[in-house]
Design a protein around this ligand. Structure first.
Ligand code: F6R
Length: 243
C-alpha cells in the first residue's frame, strides 16, 4: 500500500466482512489481536466502522497475543489498558469476550493459565483471523528469536532489542519488564488466516528476511511462509527491500 492509513483501512474492511459473514450464520468470530503501534490505525478504523456504519462486535470473541509480566491491568503500559482505550471501550464487544493474558498471576499459576488460554481458543474452533505486528528481530507476539514452531503459550524472557524498543514507554530500560506472557507460535500458525502489518523503513530489513530468506526460528515471522493463508500488509517503506 502507498501508506499505512490506506493499508489499515483495507485490513479493517476485511475484518468487518469476516465479522458480518459470521453474524449472518449466527457464529462467533474469533479474532487474535495485537498491540503496539502497528495496529493503531486499524483499531481507529474499526471504531469508526462501529460508530458511523453500525458494525457490531457482539459476536466477536478476541484473544490478545501477549501481556508484559508482571503487569497491573490499570497501569499506563498494560496491554489491557491499550486495548480498552483503542478498541474495547468504543465498540460493543462483550467484556467477557475480550481476552488479554493476565499480568497479575503468580509464577505458580502461569502454566495452568496458559494451558487454559489455549484450551479456550480450541473450544471455540480456533482463531479465525490473527492480526500480527513484527518486532525488529522478527518476533511475532513475544515469540523472540529461537522460539520453536510448535511453541506453546508461555512466560518468555524478552530480548534486549525488544526491551530497548519498549523502554521509551517505560521511561528507561531499567523500568522495562524483562518477561511477558505470549501466545505460542503453534496457536498463531493454527489460525485460519493471518495478517501481519508493518510500517516504515525501520521494518524493511526484517520484512525481507521474513518473506524472502529461509524459514528459521531466528526470525519467527519467517514461519508464516509455511502458513496457507498468511498475508503481509505493508506500506511502501516497509516493503522497499523486497526484490
Ligand atoms: C504486540 C506484539 C508485538 C508487536 C511488535 C511490533 O502485541 O505482539 O509482536 O506487534 O513488537 O510492535 P510495533 O507495532 O509497536 O512496531
Amino acid at each position: 500500500f502507498e501508506n499505512s492509513g490506506e493499508a489499515s483501512k483495507a485490513v479493517a474492511q476485511e475484518i468487518a466482512a469476516l465479522i458480518q459473514s459470521k453474524q449472518k450464520n449466527n457464529q462467533p468470530c474469533i479474532l487474535g489481536l495485537a498491540t503496539g503501534s502497528s495496529p493503531k490505525g486499524l483499531y481507529a478504523e474499526l471504531v469508526r466502522l462501529h460508530k458511523e456504519e453500525g458494525l457490531s462486535f457482539k459476536n466477536v470473541i478476541s484473544f490478545n497475543l501477549d501481556e508484559y509480566y508482571p503487569m497491573e491491568p490499570n497501569s499506563i503500559n498494560s496491554y489491557v489498558r491499550f486495548m480498552k482505550e483503542l478498541l474495547f471501550d468504543h465498540v460493543d464487544i462483550l467484556p467477557e469476550n475480550a481476552h488479554v493474558p493476565d499480568g497479575l498471576l503468580t509464577k505458580e499459576q502461569i502454566a495452568d493459565y496458559c494451558a487454559d488460554y489455549e484450551a479456550k481458543i480450541e473450544s471455540l474452533g480456533g482463531i479465525d483471523l490473527q492480526i500480527l505486528g513484527i518486532g525488529g528481530n522478527g518476533h511475532i507476539g513475544f515469540n523472540e528469536s529461537g522460539s520453536l514452531q510448535n511453541s506453546k503459550t508461555r512466560l518468555v524472557a524478552l530480548d534486549h532489542i525488544t526491551r530497548v524498543a519498549a523502554s521509551k514507554d517505560f521511561s528507561g530500560l531499567s523500568n522495562t519488564p524483562r518477561t511477558a506472557i505470549t501466545l505460542g507460535v503453534k496457536k498463531i500458525m493454527e489460525a485460519k488466516q493471518v495478517i501481519l502489518m508493518a510500517w516504515g523503513e525501520g521494518k524493511s530489513n526484517v520484512i525481507k528476511k521474513s518473506v524472502e530468506d529461509e524459514v528459521t526460528n531466528q526470525i519467527p515471522a519467517s514461519f508464516l511462509q509455511e502458513h496457507d493463508n498468511a498475508v503481509f500488509v505493508l506500506d511502501k517503506e516497509a516493503s522497499s527491500k523486497l526484490t
